[in-house]
Design a protein. Structure first.
Length: 135
């Protein structure tokens, strides 16, 4: 499905482009500095083939927002992890966080937690498929 979504250009400028959304939904993200968990809306997307060169968007990304961007299209992303150099996603449970998983790309890692086992497996599989296709 193609939907307007804010995605990063290679220049670091945010712009509205058409992307193919592979998966979207609420996850908890652990902060990098403060290790607190915050609920964020994540979008796993890849650029449309016909948009790649014209818009400069050449890589898949995992973008996250404070709120659902479909409900407020003026909202800017809180962050974005380009997935071109993604090493993949892996399940990393802890007793207090049994649905935790980790995404590693470009020397950065994100610790995320899903609401259900099925959701966690769906995110891990989708991210690993993107990593395999774009690595």
């Amino acid at each position: 499905m193609s939907v307007p979504l804010t995605t990063p250009l290679q220049t670091g400028v945010w712009a509205k482009t058409l992307t193919r959304v592979l998966l979207r939904g609420w996850l908890f993200k652990r902060g990098r500095v403060r290790k607190t968990w915050k609920r964020r809306y994540f979008v796993l997307s890849v650029p449309q083939e016909d948009e790649l060169f014209a818009l400069g968007v050449t890589e898949p990304s995992l973008t996250y927002f404070k709120d659902n961007p479909e409900e407020d299209d003026r909202q800017q992303p809180k962050g974005c992890m380009p997935l071109t150099s993604c090493e993949g996603a892996s399940v990393k449970p802890k007793p207090q966080k049994p649905l935790r998983f980790r995404v590693v790309a470009g020397g950065r890692q994100l610790f995320l937690q899903a609401g259900t086992e099925a959701a966690m497996q769906e995110w891990v599989k989708a991210i690993n498929n993107v990593a395999k296709d774009h690595h």
